[in-house]
Design a protein around this ligand. Structure first.
Ligand SMILES: NC(=O)c1ccc[n+]([C@@H]2O[C@H](COP(=O)([O-])OP(=O)(O)OC[C@H]3O[C@@H](n4cnc5c(N)ncnc54)[C@H](OP(=O)(O)O)[C@@H]3O)[C@@H](O)[C@H]2O)c1
Length: 314
């Protein structure tokens, strides 16, 4: 495939950084969209040196801030007339942290992981329409397996500071909900952009070793769990290579609206009421997606909420 123009959010660390190395080594034009220029500059230099590719640059982007997203898009637009690949890799998962609102008054997990990717994609839509094969990829998580429990629903009741002192608040739960909401956004975008030839998919990440910096953002109990998980997880390069293939390879040309697993298989809709054993198999093999993801009413609600959030701030 010809050289692509690529944006990776959160490209300074973990899977995003490994993906930056891969895209740069393959000779593509890359924008590393990161919130801290200070912490990200050494990574940029590492990527350029390692790839001998000088078409790699760093641009500031805070995915939790609508203003930052709009400023980023303006800077990108001033320089590039087309976008081929947009990878929403950045994610907020500071497990154990207290309830926080973004500067736009949205619960921080939802702001960073759902509303941010929604706005960034919408703002860059016209540039993706200029591509012959634009592909958007969302970083998903196997945490959505919790939705095999038919009683579980996304909690919409505390996304705007309604109950900041809720003693039951857990970033973990909001992270789980945010990845399900992002999957719904993925499916809706795929439908809406199908006539424009823009593909939108999600990779279900089932673990990647976390850096010490990432683990340090967690509270001590979660840190311990993350260190144990790290013993079993593959290095970030494993998932980064899936980012690459899904966004560049012929195999995925024309595929859209799909949840894709760590074996590069399309994850199918689960049975409506899977039994315990079947559910276990689905979780273990990452072969089925909870039916909740296909609920049109909830998809509408997530979409409308994103639209409402970003439009009232413009
Ligand atoms: N590792 C796993 O086991 C696992 C499992 C399932 C899903 N995932 C998903 O994989 C993706 C990458 O995670 P990772 O494991 O590679 O962790 P990571 O190394 O901590 O990477 C997360 C990236 O997101 C960035 N980020 C967070 N908030 C941001 C914001 N407001 N604006 C811009 N960037 C922001 C971080 O930037 P800073 O360095 O500035 O904080 C960092 O670059 C995430 O979406 C995560 O949810 C990971």
């Amino acid at each position: 495939m010809a050289r692509r123009i690529v944006i990776i959010t959160g490209a300074n660390s973990g899977i995003g950084k490994a993906a930056a190395h891969r895209f740069a080594k393959e000779g593509h034009t890359l924008v590393m969209a990161c919130r801290s220029p200070e912490r990200s500059r050494p990574v940029l230099e590492e990527v350029i040196t390692g790839s001998m590719n000088d078409r790699v640059e760093l641009m500031k982007l805070d995915m939790s801030s609508f203003e930052s997203i709009r400023t980023f898009c303006q800077s990108f637009r001033n320089k590039y007339k087309r976008l081929d690949v947009l990878i929403h890799n950045a994610g907020y998962f500071e497990h154990g942290s207290p309830y926080k609102l973004s500067e736009n008054g949205i619960e921080l997990t939802f702001a960073t992981n759902v509303a941010g990717p929604y706005l960034l994609t919408m703002e860059l839509l016209d540039l993706m329409k200029q591509s012959d094969d634009a592909r958007v990829l969302m970083a998903g998580s196997n945490i959505i397996k919790h939705f095999f429990n038919p009683k579980l629903k996304i909690n919409f009741s505390n996304l705007q500071g309604e109950n900041p002192d809720d003693p039951k608040y857990r970033v973990y739960d909001y992270y789980r909900d945010s990845k399900m909401a992002l999957l719904m956004v993925t499916k809706r975008m795929a439908e809406k952009f199908s006539n424009d030839g823009i593909a939108v998919n999600m990779l279900q990440i089932n673990g990647a070793t976390m850096s010490n910096e990432t683990i340090a953002k967690l509270t001590p109990g979660y840190r311990f769990a993350a260190r144990i998980q790290n013993l079993f997880f593959r290095p970030p390069e494993f998932m980064a290579n899936h980012y690459y293939d899904i966004c560049v390879s012929e195999k995925f040309r024309g595929i859209t609206g799909e949840l894709i697993n760590h074996k590069q298989e399309i994850i199918q809709k689960a049975e409506d009421k899977p039994g315990g054993k079947e559910q276990l198999i689905q979780v273990a093999t990452a072969s089925r997606c909870p039916v909740y993801a296909y609920n049109r009413e909830v998809q509408d609600r997530v979409w409308d909420l994103c639209e409402e959030f970003v439009s009232r701030e413009s």
